[in-house]
Design a protein around this ligand. Sequence first.
Ligand code: PLP
Length: 436
Amino acid sequence: MVIEHHPFPVNDKGHLEIGGLDTVKLAEKYGTPLYVYDVSMIRKNARSFVDTFKKLGVRAKVAYASKAFSSIAMLQVAKQEKLCLDVVSEGELYTALKADFPAESIHLHGNNKSQEEISMAIQNGIGCIVVDNFHDIELIETVSKQLGKKDIDVLMRVTPGVESHTHEYIMTGNEDSKFGFDLQNGQAEEAFKLMQHHEAIHFKGLHCHIGSQIFETEGFKIAADMLFKELAKWKDLYDYIPEVLNLGGGFGIRYTKEDNPLPYNVYVEELIEAVKQHVETLNIPMPEIWIEPGRSIVGNTGITLYTIGSMKNIPGIRKYVSVDGGMTDNIRPALYQAKYEAVIANKATKPITDTVSIAGKSCESGDMLIWDLSVPDIDHGDLLAVFSTGAYSYSMASHYNRIPNAAVVFVENGSDKLVVKRETYKDVVKNDLTYE
Ligand SMILES: *Cc1c(COP(=O)(O)O)cnc(C)c1O
């Protein structure tokens, strides 16, 4: 038996399995809350992007947006799958270098890069810096002089003014955005003129990222239209031909039955089709195409296991069922009203008899993980498995209420491995100093 809309099977004990392992056993072994990833699915997701470019014969780089889930083990898997890597901070870059990720395959993003970040990136021989604003250009100039380096590879992030159909909190592609240079108001062209023949900078091309959790290819195509409109102008005026075009990430995944993502190959195929038409019209060589999937690499590969504790029945209103985690290990429901599906992992085949709402344990009324979940009869101590928590859960974890961060376990081919230790209370106070 398989859980509807989700890729994980149920064994003959009626327990949910992931990567060939019983979730009840994993919870006993490692405790809860627990993030569990099926690594074979991470590989499969990565390959469906990489292989589609190969099949189409298009030179490409697939850069995993590590902010979705960064840890040394995860970045080792990304390296094994020959992905490139996006980082947006010194901390993400540090993690990547600690994972021995090849620096030349790392790209640095961010709307407020510090001089230290740019310096660390250049010193380590990072593959590309995605310039987001004029300040970035000045910092690259300064740092390259200090370090005696030239020809730093850069892309320029532009905002094409495309709205993707998604939740407004996670939209980044419209003109009123903190990210990138505006195409419409001429700032992109101004930055281009600064960088085209710059001593310190080797200008490789354009980048855009129009949003997240996108379910259709229309937005990407309109973004490509906008980029090529600008590129046509730059070809005319400045004889410019781009080496690279980076179309960002944002490919949608299934959280609930209402989400209908496209297969990843379809996103890639339609994107390439659109780019090819523009390239022919412009009569230029096909640039190398980069994409930056984050959520779509890891999101559906992870689940979170929780132990059920207190229950509160308000007759005629609702039943609250509380778990031993919540907004501290998954802020998305509280932050974006994100929706999830879940099962009682130790009773996955029991008949549904009730509707309950799953509350986290933090002192916020908004700390609710799932509203109105259909469940069988439940007891204290049952195990709840929330699906599709692989992206932006662990990476956004907090210590609110001084709750230690949960552990992360990787499973693959029937074996499990702890890859991030559970924090202890000692860890929680480790940077606290006294004041006596
Ligand atoms: C967040 C982000 C991504 C990844 O987005 P997903 O929705 O996780 O695929 C890619 N590129 C940039 C620039 C981003 O900010």
